[in-house]
Design a protein around this ligand. Structure first.
Ligand SMILES: *Cc1c(COP(=O)(O)O)cnc(C)c1O
Length: 968
């Protein structure tokens, strides 16, 4: 008789954890044997200090199958009401070109890539980012643009900070924010200004020159829609040594003079409406541009053109490649993760439409606005603004004609949202999705029955009189997007192939393991990604009425509950849209807490020397003074030194920022003691949560005594890195800090802290990627989450065990175990042979791998984090590669090759290298490009040779180079 498998067990086979976790049970067994543990539990007992192991399971998620989890989320999403949004304020409807939607947004070749720290295998996204920068430069008229900031509001705050850096009015701390700036943008600036010690002045833009200022932010077009010539105001501010940043709109800039033409020093804004869905607030890329003389003061990453060893143009991150790690509290900003995927999409949108296509869209938007304004006035209403590009503000204060309430009731009945945040007015922003039918509905809603307005008649009148909505003095005459890249890919076939050709240049997770330590490059499962593009999530305006966003609320509330259990905190704040923003937000909560207790003088932040560079950069932004504490020779925090400093500085101690497990990849035994020391001296503990992948289900920051942490949802919680963003960095806090986390002035966060200042433009940051984490937790559930952490630790120890004989593992914890990552030391070999960590990183490309994290946290090392998603087979392939590389180094040791002759020094190798008839290397072509047997089966070809960093920084060039540059 056949054996009967119980139904429960058959159902269990549908378990998502089996798909998420790389090693199958046989592989796990073999690996446990190799590392010398009886079981996963045994390994954990050996590795994690018992003092911090949780006694009970962390209950989170429901362990649903992919199908069931998608069904549950679909039902939640259906609770959202997707109205047509005319709210504007920096968020507009857009038609995402489907060729970009499918080939970029929904394509793991693009969304699973990492920040291009290894540029030779990232030329595709570097080119896409260069297009974004070129587009930004062209439309703003500025010399230099960055490769995206987090959102419009944080970009404005960065502009303010940069004004201070470059202003010649050194002694002045006054900064002016014009009334024409979007309210949520002003809020983030005001919050930042407080901690920088700036005084904010407000008023109509034209009053700015009355003040003594180091800088000012103006908005053009203004938040109520008006388009005025601000060049005189800019000049007057500059005449008094003030620096001027102008917030603007990319689509408007195709029709109106650029900020540079008006004399501005900087320009910023959101690129969302260039083909990126509103997503209830994000993610989208902010653009930022400035003039050449301020280039060293720019925030965020800039892509530059350099050359490779054959003198061919090749792209890389310029200057600030690792700015925070190098400059720490002196860094220009704390921006690490940015919005690369969305910047790429916006750049592709410009590539696909081209200058004429964009002008046509802008003309249509402006025409609809002209018609809307004409009809509204004809219908008896009046406007606040008499110039506009796409936005009108309608007065509804005349009881005889109508009133706001009636209009809003009709609008909601018609499925329409207007901007409602000013009394007796509604704001209406037109976008590219608006049709004539929409316009007709708008008239019905605004003017009521029997208004008698005919679009055809309005159109005929407008044709006769001509439009005056854009004043002649600011009409744009200068060209933009003249580079061939913006004029060659207008058919879908061409566009699809262009995107594919760039994708082919990049190594992403869909090719091989990316073992970047501290970055947690795990699986981003398709089932997690699918909900992101559901219209119920993606087409929501962040400032829509709360009763339309019920689905979002349910989803976010559930996610918060799960994250509360996982972290051991009491409350979650979803606003920060990157890890570094979470650090800033958490430090502000600490500061406000101290303030509430009459301790506003507490301003010292202790940071161990091993900390990630964003920690000191964020502390500086929060107005704190950084005091560095030592690490001992085992890489642990030197507790004696810490205690001494905490006691010495106890009167002014604000907090410690500490990473756990340490950036050195070990579980420090003393963590609870460290938390106690800080608390005993009046400070708070900020635990950097980037390494949560070593904690989930086993221990938690809250249980160890920490007060606040950010969570990199784009590391541990499965949001993909997008080639350098998006991310989400919500913070978890203990109850005493909950009243002090970020609030929002335009939208209600539903929390007791709702009236506090904001750290992001939108109340829930990049809300539309939260479904990824929701799905991740709900599919893995209690057991799967724990098994993931256990396996991440197993995988790291398996690599450590195998690599240690080749390259010594630098730091180990109890029982010689590492946590979820390990550092291998290349310094002794470099000393002996001249082969550097960089040579090894580049040679790994020939073997088909992305290098681990290089020279962080220790120079001359590689930090390897395999994550639970990699199978034993993949780990073995990586070991095979590292074994091959070690053998190559041995040949340099033995004198068979000099370092310069070795394939390591000449790596990576391109196809062009081996078809070169003048091959004259000390090794053969096969060694160059097929260094291991597995490579022959699936060769990844780096498209350029090693890139010259120094040349690129000396000859900074940050927009698309002329096509001829690529010809021989
Ligand atoms: C990634 C990381 C951060 C910064 O997170 P971003 O999202 O890139 O801003 C901070 N600390 C550590 C230890 C990290 O690994």
């Amino acid at each position: 008789m056949k054996t009967h498998t119980p139904l429960a067990q058959l159902e269990q086979n549908d378990n998502f954890a089996r798909r998420h976790i790389g090693p199958c049970s046989e592989e796990t067994k073999a690996m446990l044997t190799k590392v010398g543990a009886d079981s996963l539990e045994d390994l954990i007992q050996q590795t994690v200090p018992s003092s911090i192991l949780l006694a009970e399971d962390v209950v989170a998620g429901h362990q649903l199958s992919e199908v069931a989890a998608l069904q549950e989320l679909k039902a939640i999403a259906a609770k959202n009401t997707v109205n047509k949004s005319y709210i504007g304020m920096g968020y507009y409807g857009t038609n995402v070109p489907n060729v970009i939607l499918r080939n970029v947004f929904e394509n793991p070749g693009w969304y699973t890539a990492y920040t291009p720290y290894q540029p030779e295998i990232a030329q595709g996204r570097l080119e896409a980012l260069l297009n974004f920068q070129t587009m930004t430069c062209d439309l703003t008229g500025m010399d230099l643009a960055s490769a995206s900031l987090l959102d419009e509001a944080t970009a404005a705050a960065e502009a303010m900070a940069m004004c201070k850096r470059v202003s010649k009015n050194k002694k002045c701390d006054n900064f002016f924010i014009a009334d024409s700036v979007h309210p949520q943008v002003a809020d983030v600036m005001i919050e930042r200004a407080e901690h920088f010690g700036f005084t904010i002045l407000r008023g109509p833009a034209e009053t700015a020159p009355e003040h003594d200022l180091f800088g000012a932010v103006l908005q053009y077009p203004g938040t109520n829609g008006d388009v005025t010539d601000i060049s005189d105001i800019i000049a007057a501010i500059q005449a008094k040594k003030g620096v001027v940043a102008v917030g603007s709109d990319l689509l408007a800039l195709t029709r109106i003079k650029s900020p540079a033409e008006l004399g501005a020093d900087m320009a910023f804004g959101s690129s969302q409406r260039f083909g990126v869905p509103m997503g209830y607030g994000g993610p989208h890329a902010a653009f930022f541009a400035s003039c050449d003389k301020h280039k060293r003061s720019m925030p965020g990453r800039i892509i530059g053109v350099s050359k490779d060893t054959h003198g061919k143009p090749a792209l890389r991150m310029a200057m600030q490649t690792r700015e925070q790690h190098i400059r720490r509290e002196k860094a220009n900003s704390n921006i690490c993760t940015a919005q690369v995927l969305l910047a790429n999409m916006a750049g592709f949108y410009a590539t696909y439409h081209g200058p004429q296509g964009l002008k046509d869209i802008a003309k249509r938007v402006n025409r609809f606005t002209d018609l809307l304004a004409a009809g509204v006035v004809k219908g008896g209403l009046s406007l606040v603004n008499n110039t506009w590009f796409d936005t009108i503000t309608v007065k509804l204060d005349n009881e005889l004609l109508d009133n706001k309430e009636k209009v809003v009731t009709r609008a909601l009945a018609a499925g329409i949202n207007f901007r409602l945040d000013t009394d007796h007015q509604v704001g209406i922003s037109i976008d590219e999705t608006i049709t004539q039918a929409d316009l007709a509905t708008l008239f019905d809603v605004l003017l009521g029955d029997n208004h008698g307005i005919s679009i055809d008649a309005l159109e005929a009148e407008l044709a006769a009189t001509g439009s005056t909505s854009i004043p002649a003095s600011v009409e744009r005459e200068s060209e933009f997007l003249t580079h061939p890249v913006f004029n060659s890919h207008h058919s879908e076939t061409e566009m699809m192939r262009y995107i594919k050709s760039l994708e082919n240049k990049d190594l992403a997770l869909n090719h091989s393991m990316i073992s970047l330590g501290s970055c947690t490059m795990k699986l981003n499962a398709v089932a997690e990604m699918i909900p992101v593009t559901w219209p119920e999530f993606s087409n929501m305006h962040p400032f829509c009425p709360a009763d339309q966003a019920v689905g979002y609320k349910v989803m976010i509330d559930l996610l918060e509950d799960w994250l509360v259990t996982i972290t051991g905190y009491d409350s979650i704040c979803m606003q920060p849209n990157s890890g570094a923003q979470g650090e800033y937000a958490g430090l502000l909560a600490i500061h406000k807490y101290h303030e509430s207790r009459g301790d506003s003088h507490r301003n010292i932040c202790l940071i161990p020397s091993s900390a990630h560079g964003t920690n000191p950069a964020s502390a500086q932004m929060a107005g704190l003074k950084v005091v560095v504490t030592k690490c001992d020779e085992n890489g642990n925090v030197d507790v004696a030194d810490l205690r001494e400093k905490a006691e010495e500085l106890k009167d002014n101690l604000s907090c410690i920022m500490i990473t756990y497990p340490s950036t050195h990849g070990v579980y420090e035994e003393t963590i609870k003691e460290i938390c106690q020391i800080i608390h005993d001296n009046g400070g708070q503990v900020y635990m950097d949560g980037a390494n949560m992948n070593a904690q989930v289900g086993l221990t938690s920051p809250g249980s160890m005594g920490s007060d606040v942490s950010h969570l990199n949802l784009h590391k541990t919680f499965a949001i993909p890195h997008g080639g350098g963003g998006p991310g989400m960095g919500p913070i978890g806090v203990k109850a005493h800090l909950a009243p002090f986390v970020a609030g929002h002035s335009v939208a209600d966060t539903g929390k007791e802290s709702r009236n506090n200042g904001a750290v992001s433009a939108a109340q829930f940051g990049s809300a539309s990627i939260l479904p990824i984490t929701w799905m991740y937790i709900n599919m893995l559930g209690t057991d799967g989450l724990k098994a993931s952490t256990q396996t991440a630790i197993l995988n790291a120890n398996y690599l450590a065990q195998n690599l240690d004989p080749l390259f010594p593992v630098l730091y180990k914890g109890r029982n010689d175990r590492v946590a979820h990552e390990c550092i291998i030391d290349l310094r002794p070999l470099k000393e002996a042979t001249g082969i550097s960590e960089s040579d090894v990183a580049k040679r790994l490309m020939d073997y088909g791998f992305h290098a681990p994290t290089m020279s962080f946290p220790v120079a001359g090392t590689l930090m390897i984090e395999p994550t639970e998603s990699e199978s034993k087979a993949e780990l073995d392939r990586f070991i095979e590669a590292m074994t091959g590389i070690r053998a190559e180094i041995a040949k340099v040791e033995s004198g068979e090759w000099t370092a310069e002759q070795s394939p390591l020094h000449n790596a990576p190798h391109t196809l062009a290298d081996i078809v070169d008839a003048n091959w004259d290397r000390a090794y053969d072509r096969e060694t160059a490009v097929y260094p291991a047997p597995y490579v022959k089966k699936d060769k990844f070809w780096p498209k350029v040779n090693r890139i010259d960093d120094v040349y690129g920084d000396r000859n900074l060039f940050c927009s698309c180079p002329p096509i001829e540059a690529y010809n021989d």
